[in-house]
Design a protein around this ligand. Structure first.
Ligand code: NOJ
Length: 543
């Protein structure tokens, strides 16, 4: 496989609204990010994925863009973003931008024009359909944010499609003018020296609505190939597609280097395995380690040279990993480190979501009034109307509301966790006095330094980047163990995913046994069974 710089990179996701507020308006901003670049450099990351900072009415916190070539005032200016690109580059960090082109905001100039009349030149930039015979929406397609995916436009009497909020009308990718506008815009950003794109719900752009094909449509891959050719194909960038329904086979279509589409995709099987078949994330299922191992094993061994994995536990749409797969009460530090080790030693490009590196947790908001996320608020309203009790719904929100990830970053133990001098747009998690960057930097045993070591190991050891993965003990209910092998070099990674002690026996001969990292500061000898304390996790070099 041809080597690429992003094979050995670690990406850090910044959710700008919640990262650091430099001007006291309660909202994080680009100057805030610039002022924290030294911190990110210290962590050792190579790339920042910046969630959207473009002009937007913020119905979905910026995933509803009203101008792709300008910056939302609350985040800063185009000069600020140019400064960010440059100052990051000076520290060896690339910026990848969020590309949200399945839809725009309804306040985008294209949509404002499109709504004016049926024969407006921009009408066909979006997807319009007549009402069905009874005057109802054209189909019963549902929005991912609840309710119908069709919204009536009173002026023309037609419906437009919005797979997300009604303020996020879907672009019509069957229109060549839309395709060209998007490609031009991408080149405009690439010319500014960005390091690539994270592509929002990219599997939806090939939809064929009249055939009821939404994701993974037949036009998707041809479109991605044209995009590659017209924009980033001859630039050395990282592109990662968000693809909720991806399987190992479809992942190869996106990321097989010979097909010239994208560098890698985000797959979500390890996330949705904890969702209920009927009520999805709002009725979470208990976490099943054996299933989790099966999923990772399939992805780790399945792509081979025909693709590249992305590795992540969290992002701005997901709960905090230490709360979901670890124990954020009794073993927060141990389990946060264990989860980092388990993920970072796999094959693929790891992504860290802001705050993960200090072990931030889900937020226990008691009142629905504290939530800000449109998806959470819509589903709370609709599920209660369907018969869920408030208490049942809160269990779902505490487990899976997107706001768990979106509370402000904890910088120190002062007012509002040092995030803002004003009032934050969403409450800070009350546990910031214990969990914050300043405390983590002052403690050599913190989660921060554990992540720093994980990143260093990837830089120093080709086996971490390119080694083959082999799952051990697939049916063990407490342990997640695997090896990575590259030529003569071999690593053993063992993690106890439970609060109970256990032991693990590596039953093959080993040439050497050197402990590279342990979350209990232990050293290990493989001649005896490894005794593992709650959430204990080790990286041992055995070749
Ligand atoms: C996926 C993004 O990650 C999410 O935050 C957003 O709401 C939807 N796409 C719609 O853009």
């Amino acid at each position: 496989m041809e080597k690429k710089w992003w094979h050995q990179s670690v990406v850090y996701q910044v959710y700008p609204r919640s990262f650091y507020d430099s001007n006291g308006d309660g909202i994080g901003d680009i100057q805030g990010i610039i002022s924290k670049l030294d911190y990110l450099q210290k962590l050792g990351i190579d790339v920042i994925w910046l969630s959207p900072v473009y002009d937007s009415p913020m119905d979905d916190n910026g995933y509803d863009i009203s101008n792709y070539q300008d910056i939302a005032k609350e985040f800063g200016t185009l000069e600020d973003i140019e400064q960010l690109i440059k100052e990051a580059k000076d520290r060896g960090i690339k910026i990848i931008m969020d590309l949200v082109v399945n839809h725009t905001s309804d306040e985008h100039a294209w949509f404002i024009e499109a709504k004016k009349s049926k024969d407006n030149p921009y009408r066909d930039y979006y997807i319009w359909r007549k009402p069905n015979e009874g005057g109802n929406p054209p189909s019963d397609l549902e929005s991912i944010f609840s309710g119908s995916a069709w919204e009536l436009d009173d002026v023309s009497g037609e419906y437009y499609l919005h797979l997300f909020s009604k303020k996020q009308p879907d672009l019509n990718w069957e229109n060549d003018k839309v395709v060209k506008e998007v490609f031009d815009m991408m080149n405009w950003w690439l010319d500014k020296g960005i390091g690539g794109f994270r592509m929002d719900v990219i599997d939806l752009i090939g939809k064929e609505i009249d055939k009821n094909i939404i994701s993974n449509g037949p036009k998707l891959h041809p479109l991605l190939q044209s995009m590659n050719k017209a924009t980033f194909g001859d630039r050395d960038v990282l592109t990662v597609g968000e693809t909720w329904g991806a399987t190992v086979d479809t992942a190869k279509l996106y990321s097989d280097p010979t097909r010239q589409e994208v560098s890698m995709i985000f797959q979500f099987e390890h996330i949705t395995m904890c969702w209920d078949d009927e009520h999805g994330k709002w009725r979470p299922k208990p976490f099943d380690l054996i299933k989790l191992k099966e999923i990772f094993n399939k992805w780790q061994t399945g792509l081979g040279d025909q693709g590249w994995n992305s590795l992540f536990w969290n992002n701005h749409d997901l709960p905090r990993t230490v709360s979901k797969y670890g124990d954020d009460k009794n073993y927060r530090i141990e389990s946060a480190k264990m989860l980092g080790t388990t993920l970072h030693m796999m094959r693929g490009t790891p992504y860290i979501f802001q705050g993960e590196e200090i072990g931030m947790t889900n937020v226990p908001f008691e009142s629905i009034d504290c939530y800000r996320d449109i998806e959470t608020l819509n589903f709370y309203r609709d599920k209660i109307a369907e018969g869920f009790t408030h208490e049942e719904m809160m269990v779902g929100l505490w487990a899976n509301s997107r706001d768990n990830a979106r509370t402000p970053m904890h910088w120190n133990e002062s007012h509002q966790a040092g995030f803002t001098t004003g009032t934050p747009w969403i409450n800070v998690n009350p546990n910031y006095t214990d969990i914050n960057v300043e405390a983590a930097l002052a403690d050599e045993n913190s989660v921060f330094y554990h992540y720093q070591k994980l990143i260093q190991l990837r830089k120093e050891m080709p086996v971490v980047v390119y080694g083959d993965f082999e799952l051990l003990a697939p049916k063990d209910k407490q342990i997640f163990a695997y090896t990575r092998t590259l030529d003569d070099s071999k690593l053993l990674v063992v993690s106890n995913f439970s609060a109970k002690k256990t032991s693990f026996t590596y039953d093959k001969p080993v040439e050497s046994c050197k402990t590279l990292l342990s979350n209990y500061s232990s050293t290990y000898d493989l001649k005896q069974p490894l005794a593992l304390a709650p959430y204990e996790s080790a990286i041992i070099q055995i070749g």
